[in-house]
Structures are given as C-alpha cells and as structure tokens.
Design a protein around this ligand. Sequence first.
Ligand code: CA
Length: 226
Amino acid sequence: MKEKVAVLEDEKDILDLISLHLEKAGFTVSKFSTADDFFKSFSRESFSLLILDLILPDMDGIDVCRQVKNNPGSSSMPVIMVTAKTELSDKVVGLEMGADDYVTKPFSPRELVARARSVLRRYSRQGGDEKIYIGNEISIDTGKRQVLVEGRIAELTFAEYGILFILASKKGWVFSREKIIDTLWDGEKAVIERTVDVHVKNLRTKLGNGKKYIKNVRGIGYKIEE
Ligand code: CA
C-alpha cells in the first residue's frame, strides 16, 4: 500500500514541486494550501506524514503542528516543517512543538524525499511495539494508527480513531462527551456533543463484533468495558 502524505503549503509552485517529487518517489500526495482545507480533510482521512509550511495565510504552521501533536488521535503522525532561512528561531520552536524534522528553503526536493523516508522508517519501527488489545476482536497499532478488527483493517476516520484511542487508553474509565471534544478538537466551540454520538455510532458499525466493548454510560459519556 502506498503511503499517503499531506502537503500543506500556500505557495503553489513549491506545493507542486514537492508533490511531484513525492509522487515520483512512490507516495500518494494530498495537496492543501490552507490550514482550513487540511483540517477539513484530516477529519475524514488519515495521513502517514504531514509536510508543513511555517507561514500559511490562515494559520501559523506552528499552531497547526501543535494541534496535530497535542491530539492523541493524530499525535503519532510525523510532521516535517518547511521554513525559510530567515525563520530560524521559528524552526527551533517548531521542533519544540513536536515537529519531527525540518528543511529550510531553498531545499532540494530530493533532500525532502530522503527526510520523508527517514522519518517514516523511524515511525514504522516505533509502531511495532505499541499495541492495545480490546477483547479478542480488536487490536490498535498506535504507531501506525491502524485498527484491526478480527484481523481485518478497519478504515477509521480521524475522529473515530481518536475516540477509540481515548477510550482504550484507560479501559473502564468513563469519558464525558465534553472531555472527548476537548481532547480531540481542542475545545473547539463549533463541535457539539451530539457530534461525538454520531462518531461513536459510526465507529461501532466499523468495529463489527468488537462494538460490544464500547458502552454508553447514560447521562455521562462512554467507556470501554471488556
Ligand atoms: Ca508560506
């Protein structure tokens, strides 16, 4: 399976150049020129890697990185920051914010591809030993963000994976809808509690025989009970 890389860069020439070289190197590329576009898509699909420009029209690249990394559902997606030489101090901040690597403009596309490969190799090695099991049916590979249900890959969205991960990280604990929203969407006002119910409903459907482990605690929220 091809690795899916998201490239978020508002300068079209650079966006096209990076994408072209990643595609040539065998990656599938999704291009975004605003943070808003990226997060909209990211709520529906997952990526193996994000290549992130520091200066974007609608949001600071560092804030994008922070949002990705602070979120248990997406914190395991590596981020490579792209910065201009004059933004050196921001680069340092970017790494503190959890970016996994950076390249400075102007960079050679080959260098970027090499960095992308190296970061992904690092992550796939880490992924092997972080597994959470729920009953006999479900296993979560947190490094790969991959969920297997009775041995088959469940295609979960960002929100569905995030909710499952949150509940599975403390089995038996009850998480309120508010807590889930806070963790996944950073307390974003637009996300209402009903949204969590919709994601849980879809998640249960995708978990097949494993859906019995996700319990609704009336008036409070959700938990996993084996
Ligand atoms: Ca830019």
